[in-house]
Design a protein around this ligand. Structure first.
Ligand SMILES: *[C@@H]1O[C@H](CO)[C@@H](O)[C@H](O)[C@H]1NC(C)=O
Ligand SMILES: *[C@@H]1O[C@H](CO)[C@@H](O)[C@H](O)[C@H]1NC(C)=O
Ligand SMILES: *[C@@H]1O[C@H](CO)[C@@H](O)[C@H](O)[C@H]1NC(C)=O
Ligand SMILES: *[C@@H]1O[C@H](CO)[C@@H](O)[C@H](O)[C@H]1NC(C)=O
Ligand SMILES: *[C@@H]1O[C@H](CO)[C@@H](O)[C@H](O)[C@H]1NC(C)=O
Ligand SMILES: *[C@@H]1O[C@H](CO)[C@@H](O)[C@H](O)[C@H]1NC(C)=O
Length: 435
């Protein structure tokens, strides 16, 4: 980190002062440097450094200007579940140069700690970087969920922690870190605005249940770029009400692939739009790019673009599943004979490579709300042996351009039998080229 020379003396002074790291009142662009060790952290991988972390956060949060909080290199800080809350007075740069590790035993999680480990709530202007490691040490959590030796089947541990969770946040970036062996999802953004997750290396074993890379929940303006995901769960999963989510230059696999949904669980209303993903390499995953919705939900997933994707040995490269799981029949979404989350204007462009199964494309849409305006261009998927693959369509409408392999099974839009009003705008037709 390059800091201007002038405030250096002040910086050192601030560091020495530790918790009392306030600068002269009125200093315009104050910069403060704090270290976890100034707050009594031990960093031997055994001691409980939670209180030091909380105290350091509170000091950083109370400081105006631009605060750097360093987690020193070459050490391991064991942190129990915590919530670090904002809003803070200034901008915080949490520099994780060393390791932050979780307690290994699920028994260390008290009742009130369910679902959390490093939980940031209500923060803005926060960046995490530093090249260090955040290790959830989730082995015991996974073992508790697995039902056989290799964890090919498991019961999801509903209370397992999200390792790094940002809730109700704004202007947050997580860059240049290794996130590994999370108890459940590695990185979660819930109700956030303007976030970045770049230059991350996210790894867990292939058979570690629920260890998604990034989970984006009801967030807007999310950029996920230049990352490597090798996990047990979805590489990236987008759920709730989200818009303007951009994925780019991502390597994904093993794991479950890229997923939009499940949407509409328990007849909820979910709205996902303007999702662009491009320049991705997806290998050895269960799914490639998937949109999945529950029956009887409402809302939509629309204006989605999957482009420039190379697949290798992916079991289900392209999937839309509107029957992800039947939830309770009901009328909350206003359609007496069953409803569905509308799936429309989904674009697949330049998707090539190999499928591990013969059926490379699956568009399983619902009778209540057929998929509309699906678009295929430059899709070429073969089996690893070079054989041709097949596509499955049920109530799937749209068009393809040029030769696509497997051959398109989309029905023509003209024939779509709409039983429910479309969730799209009339103006969508003009937008098609952009998506
Ligand atoms: C570790 O410290 C935190 C914060 O003081 C505390 O809540 C937690 O119970 C401690 N854990 C153990 C095992 O002592
Ligand atoms: C687990 O994986 C190992 C190595 O791949 C294999 O030899 C073993 O048969 C598997 N066990 C089960 C129960 O599938
Ligand atoms: C999504 O937005 C709709 C209204 O547009 C709201 O009813 C629903 O609760 C929201 N869902 C979530 C998960 O925020
Ligand atoms: C949906 O309902 C089931 C059963 O009531 C519950 O276990 C589950 O947590 C609910 N899911 C959501 C997202 O609310
Ligand atoms: C609901 O389904 C029943 C039986 O299939 C049918 O008679 C009725 O017209 C349907 N109602 C609507 C609103 O589609
Ligand atoms: C599809 O890919 C295969 C293997 O890379 C290639 O041989 C074939 O020419 C491609 N077909 C089209 C239509 O691009």
């Amino acid at each position: 980190m390059a800091l201007p020379a002038r405030p250096r003396a002040r910086l050192l002074l601030a560091a020495i002062a530790g918790a009392v790291a306030l600068l002269l009142p009125g200093a315009a662009e104050a910069r403060v440097l704090l270290s976890l060790d100034d707050f009594g952290a031990v960093g031997d991988g055994i001691a409980n450094d939670t209180q030091a972390f909380v105290d350091a956060w509170e000091a950083a949060c109370a400081t105006g200007g631009n605060t750097y909080l360093n987690v020193p290199a070459g050490k391991s800080y064991q942190i129990w579940p915590v919530t670090l809350a904002g809003p803070c007075r200034g901008e915080i740069n949490l520099m994780i140069s060393g390791n932050i590790i979780a307690p290994e035993s699920p028994e260390e999680w008290a009742d009130g700690d369910q679902g959390r480990w490093l939980h940031f709530s209500g923060v803005g202007d926060l960046s995490l970087s530093g090249g260090g490691i955040v290790d959830g040490r989730g082995q015991q959590w996974w073992a508790g969920a697995c039902e056989d030796e290799n964890c090919t089947s498991y019961r999801q541990h509903q209370v397992a922690p999200m390792a790094l969770h940002f809730e109700d946040c704004q202007d947050v970036s997580v860059k240049g870190l290794t996130l590994q062996n999370s108890q459940r999802q590695h990185l979660v953004f819930t109700r956030c605005y303007n976030v970045e997750a770049n230059y991350l290396r996210v790894t867990s074993p292939e058979y570690s249940p629920g260890t998604a890379g990034v989970l984006v929940v009801s967030s807007t303006n999310v950029h996920i770029k230049d990352d490597l995901f090798s996990v047990g769960g979805d590489c990236v999963s987008i759920v709730g009400n989200c818009s303007d989510v951009r994925l780019r230059a991502i390597s994904c696999g093993p794991g479950l692939g890229i997923s939009i949904g499940g949407l509409g669980e328990n007849q909820s209303n979910h709205k996902i739009e303007k999702i662009k993903t491009d320049t991705m390499f997806i290998s050895n995953t269960k799914n490639g790019v998937r949109v999945k919705t529950y029956e009887d939900g409402c809302g939509f997933a629309r204006k989605v673009k999957f482009a420039q994707i190379m697949m290798r040995n992916v079991a289900n490269p392209i999937v839309i599943d509107q029957h992800y799981s039947a939830s309770n029949r009901g009328t909350r979404c206003g359609a007496p004979n069953g409803s569905a989350v509308a799936v429309e204007n989904i674009n697949y462009i330049d998707i090539t490579g190999t499928s591990a199964t013969e059926q490379a494309v699956t568009f399983a849409c619902s009778d209540a709300m057929p998929c509309r305006r699906l678009y295929l261009d430059g899709v070429n998927l073969t089996t690893a042996g070079g054989d041709s693959t097949s596509a499955f369509c049920h109530q799937a409408f749209g068009k393809h351009v040029g030769d696509v392999l497997p051959e398109s099974c989309l029905g023509k839009e003209d024939f779509v039998q709409l039983q429910a009003p479309t969730a799209g705008d009339a103006q969508d037709e003009e937008d098609a080229a952009d998506w």
